[in-house]
Ligand binder design. Structure first.
Ligand SMILES: [Zn+2]
Length: 93
């Protein structure tokens, strides 16, 4: 009887941890935070600027000019954002 109770408690703990871990992973994310202009690096609010979808990812732009620049060389800017996301912020180089 005690072992069943312990099993339920452990199960509940694991369930909670999985839930929390999932929520945490979604919160930080591996993608660049939505709302950063990949061309000029400016922060763009969700209800401002321009949005453009490229290879299944949504990019936001502060102005039409930045959107057009991205459209000219999408791979260059898409690559740049990937590098930025992978590198730790505030690098000295
Ligand atoms: Zn911009």
């Amino acid at each position: 009887m005690e072992s069943l109770l312990l099993f339920l408690l452990v199960g509940a703990c694991i369930w909670m941890m999985l839930r929390m871990h999932k929520g945490h992973a979604e919160g930080t994310g591996h993608m660049l935070a939505p709302g950063v202009d990949p061309v000029c690096g400016m922060q763009v609010e969700a209800d401002q600027g321009y949005a453009h979808c490229h290879q299944g990812r949504l990019y936001r732009f502060c102005s039409r000019r930045c959107l057009e620049r991205f459209d000219t060389e999408p791979d260059r800017y898409a690559q740049a954002t990937t590098d930025m996301a992978d590198a730790p912020p505030g690098g000295s180089s």
